[in-house]
Write a protein that binds this ligand. Structure first.
Ligand code: 7RM
Length: 631
């Protein structure tokens, strides 16, 4: 593809052009797509509103750019290779032509069941090709999908359905996850009881377990598609029409619905996929994320398929049937680009190199990471034992809100540096600001990571609450998009992400608001108050530490702690379960009643030698008691 950067000087040149004349730069990239009508202007924007529009008044359908644009040349090429949870089950290989037929057919099903342009559809499904079919069918008819990670609880699912007033849920009877079967349909049934907008539920048969089908509401997927035409004319939408909503945690208790739109998202995810991974026709690319996260949206489904790539989709977990599963899959399918999370690398590193030994891993050319900072030790292990010292590691920094990769090496083209995301991609104008909002120029500086010019796949709003979008991302530093991350630019100009500077923690690459976890803990009837902080965890990156004040009457501490764990699982899902729960007599507070998390973080980390100034606390004596309790 002609938009691929191939040399370091090429990168420098492209980057410079993208800053000098962003409109010209992006219109050149966008020209390689199929637009039903070309744009009036490339970008119109201000960060005050914020009000950002890319490719204004252009008309397109993103799935035409996956299918119609590629069919003549790539029709018989595998679009998706699906590897099941159980390695004894058959692999499914779906060509572009076949995927096209399935997407068209399911588009017709959605329409027949009452979904039209602009309607919201929840996708709560396992990692099977039908999940991608579901997303693309929504996109094809102009409906808005919101994929909810199938590990979320009924409460979390209900909250998301209610927030976007979804009409339909697409789900499965159950999900396979390692040796477990998860009763997904039951979760959906429980969630829908707390909602009013759902009219239909389409259920994919996956595990074959018994489910309750509510008559008039629930339909089997295989029955719904029976006899339905595999031809469908794509709905032509505006570049700025909504493509999807994806809920993500922030520093307040309630997850936000990040909104992405069609034109800009299409252009940016394709461009970054092609460049960062240096995908060539014929390669097999594998991203291990779940479609429930932004990484699954942009770099399992949209980016790769828009680029005409073969994308591998894996249903299972890294340790089933054993800790060599990832490497077995790499050899079995001759994977060329492999993209995973640091937490998975650290978890597998803990098994030593023995599980790797049976495998050659000689097809790998590029390996990548995403989701959290990668420590140097894990970086070297990945580089030496998986990449065999010959694959560049692309440490890709980005967010749900950015839609696509922002800071990353370009594989084999720009340099790598252990634990550094390195350099911004073309089109990305970064700024580091100190806490007073002053931009820090030059190298060897550290501060808040911001972006000062729009890029095509940035979020446009938070669903149903534009003010919240402004407040969260555009109000801390006037004229900038604020990422919530701290960053260092080293003496050579390379970027190293230092982690969140707000009350968000990153557990195994999953974003979690401490307030969200606190709200869940507080649902337990014996809990009076709680405070949650992150602490360094060898495998997860960060673990969840909860300090809880309880009414202990008639309860043992051990029972109560277990009950609190279960409450969090019930309310959010197992990913939010605290690693440590400490029952405390009180929480350190300022005179205005704010919890001093700085102190709690120090205790959780075991750094109790120097607690800093505690004299301004309302209740300084409680600090000693908490330290004692922690030991
Ligand atoms: C893609 C994704 C976003 C947050 C982000 C960071 C952290 C992501 C890296 C990273 C260090 C990286 N979206 N993060 N990638 N930190 N190095 N390469 O993860 O919305 O779920 O999370 O994740 O803190 O703000 S996300």
């Amino acid at each position: 593809m002609s938009n691929k950067i191939q040399t370091l000087s090429g990168y420098i040149h492209e980057y410079a052009k993208s800053v000098q004349d962003p409109e010209h730069f992006w219109s050149r990239i966008a020209d390689s797509f199929h637009w039903q009508k070309r744009w009036d202007s490339v970008v119109e924007w201000n960060f005050k509103g914020p009000d950002v529009k890319w490719f204004t008044n252009a008309k397109l359908n993103i799935t035409e750019n996956i299918f119609e644009r590629h069919l003549y040349t790539l029709g018989d090429k595998p679009a998706i290779i699906w590897e099941p949870n159980n390695p004894d089950e058959d692999v499914r290989t779906i060509t572009y032509k076949e995927l096209y037929a399935q997407v068209c057919q399911f588009s017709n099903v959605l329409k027949a069941k009452g979904v039209s342009k602009g309607d919201r559809v929840i996708i709560y499904m396992p990692m099977v090709p039908e999940a991608a079919v579901a997303m693309l069918a929504c996109a094809r008819i102009g409906a808005v999908h919101s994929v909810v990670f199938a590990g979320f609880s009924a409460t979390s699912l209900a909250d998301r359905i209610n927030d976007c007033k979804a009409k339909m849920v697409l789900t499965s009877d159950g999900n396979f996850r390692g040796s477990k079967k998860i009763a997904v349909k039951e979760v959906v049934d429980e969630a829908i009881e707390r909602t009013e907008s759902i009219e239909k539920v389409i259920v994919l048969r996956r595990t074959g377990q018994d489910v309750n089908m509510k008559s008039g509401r629930d339909i089997w997927w295989h029955e719904a598609v029976e006899g339905v035409s595999t031809e469908n004319k794509a709905e032509i939408v505006d570049s700025e029409d909504m493509l999807f909503i994806l809920y993500t945690s922030g520093s307040t208790g309630k997850p936000k619905g990040v909104v992405h739109t069609c034109g800009g998202y299409m252009v940016y995810t394709t461009y970054t996929f092609q460049n960062v991974f240096q995908y060539s026709q014929g390669d097999v690319y594998w991203c291990t994320a779940d479609v429930g996260w932004i990484t699954g949206h942009s770099y399992i489904v949209y980016g790769p398929l828009l680029a005409g790539a073969t994308t591998l989709m894996f249903e299972g977990v890294p340790t089933y049937p054993d800790a060599g599963r990832f490497w077995a899959i790499c050899d079995k399918h001759k994977v060329n680009q492999f993209y995973t999370a640091p937490t998975a690398i650290r978890a597998l590193q803990a098994y030593g190199t023995e599980p790797i030994e049976p495998y050659k891993l000689d097809s790998l050319r590029v390996i990548g990471t995403v989701g959290e900072p990668i420590n140097e030790e894990a970086w070297h292990w990945y580089h030496d034992h998986i990449g065999k010292g010959k694959c560049p590691i692309v440490d890709t920094w980005w967010q749900t809100e950015t839609g696509g990769i922002m800071i990353s090496p370009i594989a084999g083209v720009t340099p790598t540096k252990p634990s550094y995301a390195t350099l911004p991609l073309p089109g990305i104008q970064l700024a580091i600001l100190d806490n007073d909002g002053k931009e820090l120029t030059g190298n060897s500086v550290e501060g808040n990571l911001c972006v000062k010019f729009p890029w095509p796949s940035m979020l446009r709003t938070t669903y149903g609450d534009h003010e919240r979008c402004r407040q969260t991302y555009f109000s801390s530093f006037k004229g900038y998009y604020f990422t919530g991350d701290g960053v260092k630019r080293d003496e050579d100009g390379y970027y190293r992400i230092l982690g969140r500077v707000d009350d968000v923690i990153n557990v195994s690459g999953h974003r979690m608001g401490t307030a969200e976890v606190e709200n869940a803990i507080n649902e337990h009837p014996k809990v009076i108050e709680s405070a949650v902080v992150g602490y360094p965890h060898d495998i997860k990156g960060q673990g969840i530490y909860a300090y809880v004040i309880c009414d202990m009457e008639g309860r043992s501490e051990a029972n109560l702690i277990e009950e609190i764990r279960q409450t969090v699982t019930k309310i959010i899902g197992p990913i939010a379960k605290p690693d440590k729960i400490q029952i405390v007599p009180g929480l350190p507070k300022t005179r205005s009643g704010k919890i001093m998390r700085r102190i709690l973080r120090k205790i959780a980390t075991g750094e109790t030698a120097n607690m800093g100034d505690t004299s301004t606390l309302l209740n300084p004596e409680v600090v000693e008691e908490i330290i004692e309790g922690a030991q």
